[in-house]
Design a protein around this ligand. Sequence first.
Ligand code: AMP
Ligand code: MN
Ligand code: MN
Ligand code: MN
Length: 276
Amino acid sequence: MNADLHCHSIFSDGTLTPEVLAARASAHGVTLWSLTDHDILDGQVRARQAAYDLKLDYCCGVEISVTWAQQTIHILGLNIDPLSSVLLEGLASLRSGRVVRAQKIGTALEKLGITGSYQGALRYAYHPDLISRTHFARYLLDAGVCQTISEVFKRYLGEGCPAYIAHRWTELSQAIEWIQAAGGVAVIAHPGRYSLSYLQQQMLFESFKNFGGVGIEVVTGNHTPDQCNEYAKIAMEYDFFASRGSDFHGVEGRYTDLGDLPELPKGIRPIWECWS
Ligand code: AMP
Ligand code: MN
Ligand code: MN
Ligand code: MN
């Protein structure tokens, strides 16, 4: 079993279409796949059809932006119904917030002498309301302001940088409710990427579990082997199911390719046991 349950398409901040991603997943030996765009479900029908055509098992997915303890946390919804009105409406409200934030990012960059970035970033976005910092980063790269995407985040868009706009996404409990309303399971994405103290991390896992969250991404593109083991232990401690996903966005900068991940550590229950 080679499961890859986390990646992005042109419908959010990836660079490839659902069909190209499905073909790439299949070519890389993935046997269970999920497209998990940020805050949007528009790629789901195409991804599911493309997977079906390639005889690749598929589950619908999404990655929801949440604010918890003043930090941005990403919650994956797996095996969701892509037609759930509760989830669709919730995500639409998140996207309106994205538009307001993007305008503020544009203004902040303007003050730094970088003009036209909101309009510029929009040209890289498939949907005008799914506008991400990644679209700004691509614009700044192509405009010659920076040489790499990671330089853009380091100098302008990352937390604490001059064009970073703090934003309130949805509540943790709300995201889990939307996912459950869509018949899916909630999973904490890339837990090793947040800057939380040990105590905060424990509080996050406990709240998440109390709200009905069931899984944690143990193996992801940005976990070190030590982190994989650490989160496998946490999965056992909290009785979470374990997920595995590359978080592939396209062949841009440093990336982990689809399916190109270590196995889930032994002794933990894989998340797909929840639905298969
Ligand atoms: P947003 O949801 O619009 O705030 O954008 C977050 C996205 O930006 C993440 O999902 C990543 O794809 C990307 N991102 C965040 N930090 C970095 C970074 N340091 N380098 C490259 N991409 C990043
Ligand atoms: Mn992203
Ligand atoms: Mn994420
Ligand atoms: Mn992601």
